[in-house]
Design a protein. Structure first.
Length: 438
């Protein structure tokens, strides 16, 4: 008996979330990150293996809104875990690392793509290089939380670098789309993309400084107290958070920066100082439960589900091209991340750990690849290879980082036993552990 589409959707979510949670727990017990198992669940249940057997092969487009919501919630959660004070503490070095983590793989990668695809137009070379040069901010945030490192200076530094990396990538993506659409006015396209990025950042800074000035005059405290006393709707603070998040996501989307940038910055603006400590604690509790209990396993399962890795094995998709591109995508990030971290004075364990952490790809890369496929810029062959590279590097990232996390945790315990600061990241951050936005 044929199942209705609604039944298939419920069945698909049931299998994806249920299996992702169970397999994620298994991988944690095996000493790996849960997201690795969650990704593999998606691959197994997707068109690569069992989607046709289970009747789920038609649900890829139906699941896109769910993937959007999952990405939105993860970015909000990542932003709420970082304070503006942490970003100021990491400062210029994190920004330079983030730009370099994008620019170096992107520039060299465009030449690698040109060698692998000699007949590809130069603008498409740049698009492919762009999609494999991004560090996935939500994936990195989940990994750092799983390894209990998001609230450290190390985690804050990597998150800030990844945020800069994504902002640089999104800006470049906007520029390339403008150039592709108007190839005769390259200068104007670049100027327009830079202007919209500057406008968005200035808007965020204006909101932040407005709230900060209101707090200094106690006006904000009175407004929060009045809201708390007058509003009777249950979990109204959580509702306002969602509305604000979607508003900033819509604003960044209208500016051509994609919704993920707005979602992250929304979380960044929500601190105990702006919302009130009691409200922030309540919002965080609800938000953590929803995101970790549902959206995170669903997010990684859907990443795997949306990939059909069978296409890589077809005769018209050169498997050697995929291998070469995957190796470049993996080692370019590891070498650049580890090398620059070492240049900043980090010990070897932190540097190599950082190199593996920043190799992860994910939502932004896939969102860009889907846009390029729909626009006819990417062929199915190129899209499949790009998606496969993203899957492989995202799986390798936590597996490679795990040994270095153990080393850093050992250093932390040794220092605490000696009565010294608990953070093992003193060469880069002598002030010790960063404040937590909780």
């Amino acid at each position: 008996m044929a199942l209705s589409e609604t039944t298939l959707i419920v069945l698909g979510v049931f299998l994806l979330v249920g299996c992702a949670v169970l397999v994620g727990e298994l991988f944690i017990r095996l000493g790996q990150a849960a997201l690795v198992g969650q990704l593999l669940v998606g691959v197994i249940l997707g068109p690569t293996l069992f989607a046709n057997v289970l009747g789920l092969s038609t649900l890829a487009s139906v699941f896109q809104p769910l993937q959007f919501l999952a990405t939105f919630f993860i970015l909000l959660l990542a932003g709420m875990s970082i304070t503006p004070q942490q970003i100021r503490a990491t400062g210029l070095r994190a920004s330079l690392l983030g730009i370099a983590l994008f620019a170096i793989p992107f520039i060299i990668g465009s030449e690698v793509i040109h060698v692998l695809y000699p007949g590809l137009p130069w603008i498409e070379d740049l698009f492919v290089a762009l999609t494999i040069s991004i560090t996935a901010l939500p994936v990195l945030g989940v990994m750092l939380q799983e390894f209990d490192m998001l609230d450290t200076q190390f985690g804050s530094f990597l998150m800030t670098s990844s945020m800069v990396n994504e902002l640089a990538a999104v800006t470049t993506f906007a520029i390339l789309l403008q150039v592709y659409a108007h190839p005769t006015s390259v200068g104007l396209s670049i100027a327009a993309a830079l202007a919209t990025t500057a406008l968005f950042l200035l808007t965020i800074l204006a909101i932040y400084f407005l709230v900060r000035s209101l707090r200094q005059t106690r006006v904000w405290d009175r407004l929060v107290a009045r809201f708390r006393a007058s509003v009777r709707t249950r979990e109204a603070g959580f509702a306002l958070l969602i509305v604000l998040g979607f508003g900033l996501a819509l604003y960044s989307q209208l500016l051509g920066l994609t919704y993920i940038v707005g979602a992250f910055y929304c979380g960044l603006l929500l601190t105990p100082e702006t919302t009130g400590r009691r409200e922030h604690r309540s919002i965080s509790f609800v938000f953590d439960a929803i995101t970790w209990g549902f959206f995170i396993p669903l997010f990684f399962a859907l990443i795997g589900f949306n990939m059909n890795l069978r296409l890589i094995g077809l005769a018209w998709v050169p498997i050697l091209t995929f291998i070469a591109l995957a190796l470049y995508a993996l080692f370019s990030k590891i070498f650049v991340g580890a090398g620059l971290s070492r240049a900043l004075g980090w010990p070897s364990s932190e540097s190599l750990g950082a190199g593996f952490f920043v190799t992860s790809r994910g939502a932004v890369e896939l969102a860009m690849a889907v846009i390029l496929l729909d626009a006819g810029i990417f062929t199915t062959q190129i899209f499949t290879i790009v998606a496969g590279v993203g899957l492989l590097t995202t799986i390798v990232s936590p597996i490679g980082a795990k040994p270095f996390v153990k080393t850093m945790s050992t250093v932390r315990r040794e220092r605490e036993a000696q009565g010294r600061p608990g953070s093992p990241f003193e060469p880069a951050f002598p002030s010790g552990r960063a404040p937590v936005n909780r």
